[in-house]
Design a protein around this ligand. Structure first.
Ligand code: ADP
Ligand code: MG
Length: 426
């Protein structure tokens, strides 16, 4: 019975990387790194070796091969080598009668791991292969132990023939399968979150199409007037001027819309935040009009510059502004205000609305995967936005009260503030 407990404990240790992956990467829009594999594998290794299963003092068995193989597959050869050195140091530190054989086993198993790893990449039957790998590692351990301690092995034959192979095979199969599934899900989620951007922009596009019709109707009307009275020169000139202004405005909205919805390019440059807010106001105004919500802007004349990817900033702002407009859709006199403040060398971008607001529970869940209170919501807009802001060195704060409104404050370190003025433009 106590042996069974030890095996279960070892299997639990084997799952350390998987458990920590689910905790650490839960709301992250990125997949595992090699450093993560090394750290979690090391934790798993130390725990497994410290609380190893054993029938005789000094000869211990744990899931070290499972961890080594896992480290090799997900972390690469360098990670596996570091783990291998950790094994040796810690095994020598633990000491005991079986230390010499254990070191020999480690060297053999490490070389074998590299061979199995090469085959593992080529095979389609990965699950079956991991199971077999566990058996192979156990067979090596059994063979070498038998050469050096034949009497001990004969005495505990059942332990070596059944318990250890089961421990290794189930351990390796569980860890590789669960971890593999978790990272595949994460990849899918990342792709889904990228698509969210397209979905958000398609909502905006519907209102935009509506907005483009207005200047078209106006221009059509003026053309007709000119056709009816071609000799009134003064009036004709006035009509042409108004028409040209309307066309120019529509053109600029469409250009901005296209620049926001195009696929992202990796780049980082100084950008003028006020300019970006004006663009967002222009692009989101049709969406606000469609929902009967005012969209205002309050910014300093002074240029506030941050280092970021302008396309990403715009996409992030579209997400926040879209949420605020949606939150105001059902309230009377809905109003969304975009503003900038400068505080201690930081640029504070604020999106304030007087919409439905959120309670403490909802605020806490903001930015986590699939949290949405909307019937057709995806809950990915803010997850994506939080990720982008954090990866640019920014932070997000939220103040919200149900039925009163919400204020999101996005803070970025300023690149340069030429002069802090107090001229407000609205
Ligand atoms: P979605 O808009 O698809 O629901 P988001 O990630 O953009 O997903 O937003 C998640 C949730 O956060 C929303 O469903 C909503 O409940 C809440 N939320 C975000 N912004 C606001 C806001 N300005 N006012 C009230 N609730 C908000
Ligand atoms: Mg949203």
């Amino acid at each position: 019975m106590s042996l069974l407990k030890e095996v279960i404990l070892q299997l639990f240790f084997a799952l350390t990387p998987f458990v920590l992956y689910n905790i650490y990467y839960r709301d992250k829009l990125q997949n595992y790194s090699k450093a993560f594999i090394l750290i979690t594998s090391s934790i798993s290794l130390i725990l497994a070796m410290t609380f190893a299963s054993s029938v005789v003092d000094g000869i211990i068995f744990d899931i070290r091969y499972v961890i080594m193989f896992f480290g090799l597959v997900y972390g690469g050869i360098k990670t596996a080598l570091i783990l291998f050195i950790e094994f040796i140091i810690y095994r020598c530190y633990l000491g005991g009668e079986g230390t010499g054989v254990a070191l020999l086993m480690l060297v053999c198993s490490f070389l074998l791991s590299v061979v199995i790893y090469k085959l593992y990449h080529k095979t389609h039957k990965k699950t079956f292969f991991t199971f077999i790998a566990g058996i192979v590692f156990s067979a090596v351990a059994l063979g070498l132990t038998f050469i050096f301690f034949p009497d001990y092995v004969k005495k505990h034959l059942a332990y070596h023939v059944f318990v250890i192979p089961a421990q290794n095979s189930i351990g390796i199969w569980l860890l590789m399968t669960l971890f593999g599934k978790a990272i595949a899900d994460k990849e899918l989620f990342i792709a889904h979150a990228q698509n969210e951007k397209i979905q958000a922009m398609s909502h905006v596009a519907a209102s935009l199409a509506h907005e483009v019709r207005n200047p078209l109707t106006a221009v059509k009307g003026f053309l007709r007037l000119m056709q009816e009275s071609p000799n009134e020169r003064a009036k004709t000139e006035q009509y042409i001027k108004i028409s040209l202004d309307e066309i120019k405005r529509t053109e600029s909205i469409l250009t901005e819309y296209l620049s926001i919805s195009k696929p992202l390019q990796e780049r980082s440059e100084p950008i003028n935040v006020s300019e970006q807010l004006h663009v967002i106001q222009e692009v989101m105004l049709p969406f606000a009009n469609m929902h009967n919500v005012e969209l205002d802007i309050q910014i300093y004349d002074t240029p506030v510059t941050i280092i970021a990817n302008p396309d990403e900033i715009k996409q992030v702002l579209v997400n926040f502004v879209k949420n605020s407009i949606e939150a105001c859709a059902e309230v009377q006199n809905g109003r969304v205000i975009l503003s900038i403040l400068i505080e201690k060398e930081n640029a504070l971008l604020m999106i304030t609305d007087n919409g439905i607001g959120m309670d403490a529970g909802q605020i806490q869940r903001l930015g986590s995967i699939y949290f949405s209170t909307k019937t057709s919501g995806t809950g990915l807009g803010l997850t994506y936005s939080y990720h982008v802001i954090h990866s640019m060195g920014g932070t997000v704060q939220v103040k919200s009260e149900p039925l009163i409104g919400t204020q999101f404050t996005i803070t970025f370190p300023c690149h340069a503030i030429e002069k802090v003025g107090t001229n407000l433009t609205a």
